[in-house]
Design a binder for this molecule. Structure first.
Ligand SMILES: [Zn+2]
Length: 90
């Protein structure tokens, strides 16, 4: 049986209240462009967006089988569409 993650929000509000609500998958397979730490485009991947049922923050999560859809050096990379961008850590 595949592992199904359960995500819980650990954010705090400005007043210091702890959220702690369970997060739910909002969109499976959102197209995301991953950039290097310096902002250069690196590759496209499909990630899952999970949103907090309490405070509404969201995260993008990769699954164990998710691999890049396209790399920056491919000729049609600049024409490919994506919903948002993220950036790798240095
Ligand atoms: Zn929350």
């Amino acid at each position: 049986m595949p592992h199904v993650p359960r995500l819980f929000c650990s954010s705090s509000t400005e007043s210091g209240d702890h959220c702690g609500s369970e997060m739910r998958p909002e969109k499976i397979g959102e197209r995301v462009r991953v950039d290097l730490a310096n902002g250069d485009p690196y590759y496209l991947i499909s990630l899952d967006r999970w949103t907090c049922s309490g405070c509404g923050i969201s995260v993008l999560l990769s699954g164990p089988a998710q691999r890049p859809i396209a790399h920056h050096f491919e000729p049609d990379f600049d024409e490919r569409e994506f919903a948002t961008t993220v950036r790798l850590a240095r």
